[in-house]
Design a binder for this molecule. Structure first.
Ligand code: PGA
Length: 299
């Protein structure tokens, strides 16, 4: 059979992701390319490997057999490639990063800059909310994790690299917008628009309110920081967001930062990794690049 490594890698990714579009995303190719690779693989094998029901992809019996045959072999091959990259030095290799939603304001740009310096590097970036990043961390699916609330686990090493304060925001025309030294009790009954449960931002907000024996009155929950900013600007309520979400905000924007007691809540972005994991050498290069270039994203 003339099966290629690329076809097997595409198949393995498809089994993990269960979706053609997510596979294309992870492999940095288009969806038709993924379909073509799978089709060619099926033709070579002579049996259907996957079946698609709605948007979900399921394995056929032949698919199960192929997956169990090639899974460990591909992992070994991956390690071989990584060792080769390490032997070639600090400028090539693959780096898997999983990061929380809110880092989208700086991390993809920083990775873009990094890849321009090191074109031999293949970065796989997963952007999810904290709960899902934690899940990947537990399953050891990536090399490095970037998040605002690292786990308190002794097997994990976390290094802060950028301020990530939480700010309370309101529409510009809100009665509290120009007040100084607002008490928490003055805002506690305001309607809030908050990130979804499972988000790191939400976790911190719940802790803040719980520390004051309070619960926020939530008018709306959303998974997108940008949508929340728009809803606040539109007058739906107040919110608490990471200062990183304001990196690209103009001075004359439609949002006011409220001067509430205890705010801003000082926090950081953390570089998180398993203590005992041997990272690819390129991870060290990326960490140094991150520290040297993060200044541009300070708010
Ligand atoms: P989130 O995490 O994007 O999941 O809310 C942000 C943070 O922890 O600061």
């Amino acid at each position: 059979m003339r099966i290629t490594l690329r076809q097997l890698q595409t198949f393995e990714t498809l089994v993990r992701k269960k979706s053609f579009s997510l596979t294309a995303q992870e492999m940095c190719v288009t969806q038709p390319t993924v379909s073509k690779q799978i089709k060619a693989l099926q033709e070579e094998i002579g049996l259907a490997l996957v079946e698609q029901i709605g948007k979900k992809v399921f394995l056929t019996e032949a698919g199960e057999l192929l997956y169990s045959t090639c899974k460990n072999w591909l992992k070994n091959w991956d390690e071989f490639e990584q060792t080769l990259a390490n032997m070639k030095g600090m400028t090539a290799g693959r780096l898997r990063i999983a990061t929380v939603t809110t880092t989208k304001y700086f991390l993809p740009k920083l990775i873009g800059q990094f890849c321009q310096h090191y074109p031999g590097v293949d970065v796989r970036l997963e952007i999810l909310n904290r709960e899902r990043v934690m899940d990947r961390l537990e399953k050891n699916e990536d090399d490095v994790y970037i998040m605002g609330v690292p786990p308190e686990n002794t097997d994990i090493h976390s290094t802060p690299f950028l301020a990530n304060s939480l700010l309370m925001i309101a529409p510009l025309n809100h009665p509290l917008a120009n007040r100084k030294a607002i008490q928490l009790s003055d805002v506690i009954h305001e309607p809030f628009i908050l990130r979804e449960p499972g988000s790191g931002t939400r976790l911190q907000i719940e802790k803040l309110f719980a520390d004051h024996n309070q619960k926020p009155s939530i008018r709306l929950e959303m998974g997108s920081n940008e949508a929340i900013k728009q809803a606040v600007a539109g007058g739906l309520g107040l919110s608490i967001l990471s200062s990183s979400t304001l990196i690209h905000e103009q001075k004359n924007n439609e949002l006011a930062i409220l001067d509430v007691e205890g705010f801003p809540i000082e926090r950081h972005w953390y570089w998180v990794q398993h203590k005992d994991k041997t990272l690819p050498i390129i991870a060290k290069t990326f960490y140094e690049f991150l520290v040297d270039n993060i200044e541009q994203f300070k708010v």
